[in-house]
Every structure is written in structure tokens, then in C-alpha cells.
Design a protein around this ligand. Structure first.
Ligand SMILES: [Zn+2]
Length: 133
């Protein structure tokens, strides 16, 4: 692995992996095993993340591939990622608009149906919008 140099003073840094909070825009997401470079000389630390647009995609892919069921913030994040309104998502996966709202409700959340959730994940992973070939 190439040595990472401190961008402040040029000293070789050492790397650790940390969990960091990332504000996805629809609520915080915790990213695990993120490389963080610590400078032993000046104490600076840098978090190595991909550029922000790519990061949003990475976060979406991580959520879409997780084995646990989606929580309300994750449903919203994925829906916004694929560019669907709540009504469009409801239409796409075959649910009522009220139910689609409940999937994202923080007060009274309701789990998506297994097949509905799978469909949303597939849309994210394939990068396709419903109706596109
Ligand atoms: Zn430094």
C-alpha cells in the first residue's frame, strides 16, 4: 500500500479504521471501517472517502446490499437515490401512498413488504428507474 503523506506537513501518516457519521441528506448514516490517516507530527487527521457524489452511491449500495431490513431513514435515502417520489415508489412496488409514507415514518414506522423492499434494492443496485428497459 502506498504511503499516505500528511497534506499539512508531508509526514507519513499511519492509518486506522473508524466508524464515522455521514450526513446523507435524509438523516445520518454510520459508515464503518473508514480509513483515517493520522499524522504523528502535526496531529492532523484526514478521512479518506471518495468524492461526495460517489460516496452517496457507495452509501446507497451498502444500504441496498445489507442483510438487515431497511429502517425508515434508509428507505427514504434509497427512494431519493433512485429519484422517485413517494407516490412513484408506491406505484412501482404496488402499495398505497399512505403505506409508502409509513415506511419512512420515524414515529410509527412500518416495515416494507419483503418483495417490495427487494424491488427497491434492485432499483438501487441496477441504477435503473422503473419503466426503463
Ligand atoms: Zn502533519
Amino acid at each position: 500500500m502506498a504511503t499516505h503523506l500528511c497534506s499539512v506537513c508531508g509526514t507519513p501518516t499511519h492509518e486506522t479504521r473508524q466508524s464515522i457519521r455521514y450526513d446523507s441528506g435524509s438523516g445520518p448514516v454510520i459508515l464503518h471501517e473508514v480509513p483515517v490517516h493520522h499524522c504523528p507530527w502535526c496531529g492532523d487527521h484526514e478521512i479518506t472517502l471518495s468524492r461526495a457524489p460517489a460516496l452517496r452511491t457507495e452509501v446507497a449500495m451498502c444500504i441496498a446490499r445489507k442483510t438487515d431490513r431497511l429502517d425508515p431513514r434508509e428507505v427514504r435515502f434509497l427512494r431519493e437515490f433512485v429519484g422517485l417520489s413517494r407516490v412513484e415508489l408506491a406505484d412501482t412496488v404496488g402499495a398505497t401512498e399512505a403505506l409508502a409514507g409509513a415506511w419512512e415514518s420515524l414515529d410509527a414506522p412500518q416495515l416494507m413488504g419483503v418483495q417490495q423492499e427487494r424491488l427497491l434494492r434492485v432499483l438501487v443496485i441496477t441504477g435503473k428507474r422503473p419503466g426503463q428497459a
